[in-house]
Design a protein around this ligand. Sequence first.
Ligand SMILES: [Zn+2]
Length: 240
Amino acid sequence: MTPADVLHVWERAVGGSHPARAFALLRLARPADHPDDLVRLSPGRRDAALMDLRARLFGDRVEAVAQCGACGTELELDFRLGDVRAAADPAEPETEVRGHGHVVRFRLPDSEDLLAALHPGDAGVTRTGLLRRCVLQARRGRRSLAAEELPDAVVEVVEARMAELDPQADVRIVAGCPDCGQDTEVLFDIAAHLWDEVHTWCRRTLWDVHLLASSYAWSESDVLAMSPARRHFYLEAVGL
Ligand SMILES: [Zn+2]
Protein backbone atom coordinates (compact mmCIF):
# COMPACT_ATOMS: atom_id res chain seq x y z
CA MET A 1 0.00 0.00 0.00
CA THR A 2 1.49 3.32 -1.09
CA PRO A 3 0.64 6.90 0.02
CA ALA A 4 -0.93 7.35 -3.44
CA ASP A 5 -3.30 4.41 -2.75
CA VAL A 6 -4.47 5.99 0.51
CA LEU A 7 -4.96 9.38 -1.16
CA HIS A 8 -6.92 7.78 -3.99
CA VAL A 9 -9.37 6.16 -1.56
CA TRP A 10 -9.70 9.37 0.45
CA GLU A 11 -10.44 11.63 -2.52
CA ARG A 12 -13.12 9.29 -3.81
CA ALA A 13 -14.89 8.81 -0.45
CA VAL A 14 -14.39 12.18 1.26
CA GLY A 15 -17.83 13.41 0.21
CA GLY A 16 -19.54 10.10 1.05
CA SER A 17 -21.59 8.77 3.95
CA HIS A 18 -20.21 6.83 6.90
CA PRO A 19 -20.97 3.38 5.38
CA ALA A 20 -19.53 4.50 2.02
CA ARG A 21 -16.29 5.64 3.66
CA ALA A 22 -16.13 2.44 5.71
CA PHE A 23 -16.50 0.41 2.52
CA ALA A 24 -13.82 2.45 0.72
CA LEU A 25 -11.43 1.75 3.61
CA LEU A 26 -12.37 -1.93 3.50
CA ARG A 27 -11.35 -2.07 -0.18
CA LEU A 28 -8.03 -0.48 0.75
CA ALA A 29 -7.61 -3.07 3.53
CA ARG A 30 -8.38 -6.05 1.27
CA PRO A 31 -7.28 -5.08 -2.27
CA ALA A 32 -7.09 -8.69 -3.48
CA ASP A 33 -10.76 -9.39 -2.67
CA HIS A 34 -13.54 -8.73 -5.14
CA PRO A 35 -15.85 -5.85 -4.09
CA ASP A 36 -18.88 -8.17 -4.48
CA ASP A 37 -17.40 -10.40 -1.78
CA LEU A 38 -16.37 -7.50 0.45
CA VAL A 39 -19.84 -5.97 0.39
CA ARG A 40 -21.23 -9.21 1.85
CA LEU A 41 -19.11 -9.01 4.99
CA SER A 42 -20.99 -8.34 8.22
CA PRO A 43 -20.13 -5.08 10.00
CA GLY A 44 -18.03 -7.05 12.50
CA ARG A 45 -15.95 -8.74 9.81
CA ARG A 46 -15.56 -5.41 8.04
CA ASP A 47 -14.43 -3.77 11.28
CA ALA A 48 -11.91 -6.55 11.97
CA ALA A 49 -10.35 -5.83 8.56
CA LEU A 50 -10.37 -2.09 9.31
CA MET A 51 -8.57 -2.73 12.59
CA ASP A 52 -5.85 -4.62 10.68
CA LEU A 53 -5.60 -1.71 8.24
CA ARG A 54 -5.39 0.81 11.07
CA ALA A 55 -2.60 -1.19 12.72
CA ARG A 56 -0.66 -1.21 9.42
CA LEU A 57 -1.12 2.51 8.79
CA PHE A 58 -0.91 4.05 12.24
CA GLY A 59 -0.08 1.28 14.73
CA ASP A 60 -2.05 -0.67 17.32
CA ARG A 61 -2.37 1.99 20.01
CA VAL A 62 -5.49 4.16 19.99
CA GLU A 63 -5.80 7.46 21.80
CA ALA A 64 -9.20 9.13 21.63
CA VAL A 65 -11.43 11.38 23.68
CA ALA A 66 -14.99 10.91 24.91
CA GLN A 67 -17.30 12.67 27.33
CA CYS A 68 -18.26 11.49 30.81
CA GLY A 69 -21.94 10.50 30.67
CA ALA A 70 -22.51 11.88 34.20
CA CYS A 71 -20.68 15.23 34.32
CA GLY A 72 -19.48 15.94 30.77
CA THR A 73 -15.78 15.98 31.62
CA GLU A 74 -13.51 15.03 28.73
CA LEU A 75 -12.25 11.47 29.12
CA GLU A 76 -9.02 10.26 27.55
CA LEU A 77 -9.20 6.77 26.06
CA ASP A 78 -5.95 4.91 25.57
CA PHE A 79 -6.04 1.27 24.52
CA ARG A 80 -4.64 -1.23 22.05
CA LEU A 81 -6.65 -2.66 19.16
CA GLY A 82 -5.50 -6.10 20.27
CA ASP A 83 -7.49 -5.59 23.48
CA VAL A 84 -10.77 -4.98 21.67
CA ARG A 85 -10.50 -7.73 19.06
CA ALA A 86 -13.42 -10.15 19.31
CA ALA A 87 -12.37 -13.76 19.73
CA ALA A 88 -15.01 -15.22 17.43
CA ASP A 89 -16.26 -14.47 13.94
CA PRO A 90 -20.03 -14.23 13.41
CA ALA A 91 -21.50 -17.67 13.98
CA GLU A 92 -24.21 -18.18 11.37
CA PRO A 93 -25.51 -15.81 8.71
CA GLU A 94 -29.17 -16.44 9.60
CA THR A 95 -30.79 -17.07 12.92
CA GLU A 96 -34.07 -16.98 14.81
CA VAL A 97 -35.05 -15.30 18.08
CA ARG A 98 -38.18 -15.59 20.18
CA GLY A 99 -39.45 -12.92 22.53
CA HIS A 100 -42.65 -11.22 23.67
CA GLY A 101 -44.78 -13.76 21.78
CA HIS A 102 -42.96 -13.20 18.49
CA VAL A 103 -40.66 -15.39 16.40
CA VAL A 104 -38.26 -13.50 14.13
CA ARG A 105 -35.89 -15.00 11.58
CA PHE A 106 -33.21 -12.61 10.37
CA ARG A 107 -29.76 -12.37 8.85
CA LEU A 108 -26.87 -10.11 9.81
CA PRO A 109 -26.59 -6.90 7.79
CA ASP A 110 -23.75 -6.32 5.32
CA SER A 111 -22.27 -3.17 3.78
CA GLU A 112 -24.88 -3.13 1.01
CA ASP A 113 -27.65 -3.11 3.63
CA LEU A 114 -25.95 -0.33 5.61
CA LEU A 115 -25.62 1.81 2.45
CA ALA A 116 -29.15 1.13 1.23
CA ALA A 117 -30.81 1.74 4.60
CA LEU A 118 -28.94 4.92 5.41
CA HIS A 119 -31.06 8.04 5.90
CA PRO A 120 -28.64 10.75 6.99
CA GLY A 121 -29.90 12.63 10.01
CA ASP A 122 -32.73 10.17 10.74
CA ALA A 123 -31.56 7.24 12.85
CA GLY A 124 -35.14 5.93 13.21
CA VAL A 125 -35.70 5.60 9.45
CA THR A 126 -32.24 4.05 9.02
CA ARG A 127 -33.02 1.51 11.75
CA THR A 128 -36.37 0.53 10.20
CA GLY A 129 -34.80 0.30 6.74
CA LEU A 130 -32.12 -2.05 8.05
CA LEU A 131 -34.70 -4.24 9.76
CA ARG A 132 -36.83 -4.39 6.61
CA ARG A 133 -33.82 -5.72 4.70
CA CYS A 134 -32.56 -8.14 7.34
CA VAL A 135 -35.75 -9.62 8.83
CA LEU A 136 -36.54 -12.66 6.69
CA GLN A 137 -39.69 -13.75 8.48
CA ALA A 138 -41.62 -12.55 11.53
CA ARG A 139 -44.75 -13.92 13.13
CA ARG A 140 -46.89 -13.57 16.16
CA GLY A 141 -48.80 -16.81 16.59
CA ARG A 142 -49.93 -17.71 13.09
CA ARG A 143 -49.90 -14.17 11.80
CA SER A 144 -47.02 -13.03 9.62
CA LEU A 145 -45.73 -9.55 10.31
CA ALA A 146 -43.70 -7.09 8.31
CA ALA A 147 -40.48 -5.88 9.91
CA GLU A 148 -41.93 -2.43 10.56
CA GLU A 149 -44.86 -3.95 12.49
CA LEU A 150 -42.62 -5.44 15.16
CA PRO A 151 -42.96 -3.79 18.57
CA ASP A 152 -39.91 -1.93 19.93
CA ALA A 153 -39.32 -4.59 22.60
CA VAL A 154 -38.99 -7.28 19.91
CA VAL A 155 -36.76 -5.06 17.76
CA GLU A 156 -34.50 -4.66 20.79
CA VAL A 157 -34.28 -8.46 21.17
CA VAL A 158 -33.32 -8.78 17.49
CA GLU A 159 -30.71 -6.01 17.71
CA ALA A 160 -29.21 -7.44 20.90
CA ARG A 161 -28.87 -10.84 19.21
CA MET A 162 -27.31 -9.21 16.12
CA ALA A 163 -24.70 -7.58 18.38
CA GLU A 164 -24.01 -10.91 20.13
CA LEU A 165 -23.61 -12.74 16.83
CA ASP A 166 -21.27 -10.10 15.37
CA PRO A 167 -19.32 -8.93 18.42
CA GLN A 168 -16.60 -7.06 16.51
CA ALA A 169 -19.22 -4.57 15.31
CA ASP A 170 -20.06 -3.56 18.88
CA VAL A 171 -16.86 -2.52 20.66
CA ARG A 172 -17.43 -0.74 23.95
CA ILE A 173 -14.74 0.81 26.10
CA VAL A 174 -15.43 1.56 29.75
CA ALA A 175 -13.71 4.75 30.92
CA GLY A 176 -13.61 6.00 34.51
CA CYS A 177 -14.10 9.72 35.09
CA PRO A 178 -11.29 11.42 37.05
CA ASP A 179 -13.69 14.15 38.22
CA CYS A 180 -16.87 12.38 39.38
CA GLY A 181 -15.66 8.76 39.57
CA GLN A 182 -18.49 7.41 37.38
CA ASP A 183 -17.84 4.88 34.62
CA THR A 184 -18.96 5.71 31.07
CA GLU A 185 -19.39 3.11 28.33
CA VAL A 186 -18.09 4.48 25.03
CA LEU A 187 -18.92 2.88 21.69
CA PHE A 188 -15.71 2.67 19.63
CA ASP A 189 -16.42 2.94 15.90
CA ILE A 190 -13.21 1.88 14.12
CA ALA A 191 -14.54 3.00 10.71
CA ALA A 192 -15.23 6.58 11.89
CA HIS A 193 -12.02 6.74 13.93
CA LEU A 194 -9.83 5.46 11.08
CA TRP A 195 -11.53 7.72 8.56
CA ASP A 196 -10.72 10.78 10.72
CA GLU A 197 -7.09 9.68 10.94
CA VAL A 198 -6.85 9.02 7.19
CA HIS A 199 -8.46 12.41 6.50
CA THR A 200 -5.92 14.22 8.70
CA TRP A 201 -3.03 12.22 7.23
CA CYS A 202 -4.09 12.95 3.63
CA ARG A 203 -4.45 16.68 4.23
CA ARG A 204 -1.05 16.82 5.91
CA THR A 205 0.52 14.81 3.10
CA LEU A 206 -0.97 17.10 0.45
CA TRP A 207 0.40 20.11 2.32
CA ASP A 208 3.83 18.46 2.21
CA VAL A 209 3.40 17.95 -1.54
CA HIS A 210 2.35 21.56 -1.97
CA LEU A 211 5.33 22.92 -0.01
CA LEU A 212 7.95 20.70 -1.65
CA ALA A 213 6.49 21.04 -5.13
CA SER A 214 6.53 24.84 -4.77
CA SER A 215 10.09 24.88 -3.41
CA TYR A 216 11.76 22.31 -5.65
CA ALA A 217 9.40 22.06 -8.64
CA TRP A 218 8.99 18.33 -7.94
CA SER A 219 5.83 16.58 -9.07
CA GLU A 220 3.23 15.14 -6.73
CA SER A 221 4.34 11.60 -7.57
CA ASP A 222 8.00 12.53 -6.84
CA VAL A 223 7.05 13.74 -3.35
CA LEU A 224 4.71 10.82 -2.63
CA ALA A 225 7.38 8.30 -3.65
CA MET A 226 9.80 9.65 -1.00
CA SER A 227 10.25 7.94 2.34
CA PRO A 228 8.82 9.91 5.30
CA ALA A 229 12.39 10.47 6.57
CA ARG A 230 13.57 12.00 3.31
CA ARG A 231 10.44 14.14 2.96
CA HIS A 232 10.92 15.35 6.54
CA PHE A 233 14.51 16.31 5.75
CA TYR A 234 13.53 18.44 2.75
CA LEU A 235 10.74 20.11 4.70
CA GLU A 236 13.31 21.05 7.36
CA ALA A 237 15.73 22.18 4.68
CA VAL A 238 13.21 24.67 3.27
CA GLY A 239 12.63 25.92 6.83
CA LEU A 240 9.12 24.45 7.42
ZN1 LIG B 1 -17.67 12.59 35.30
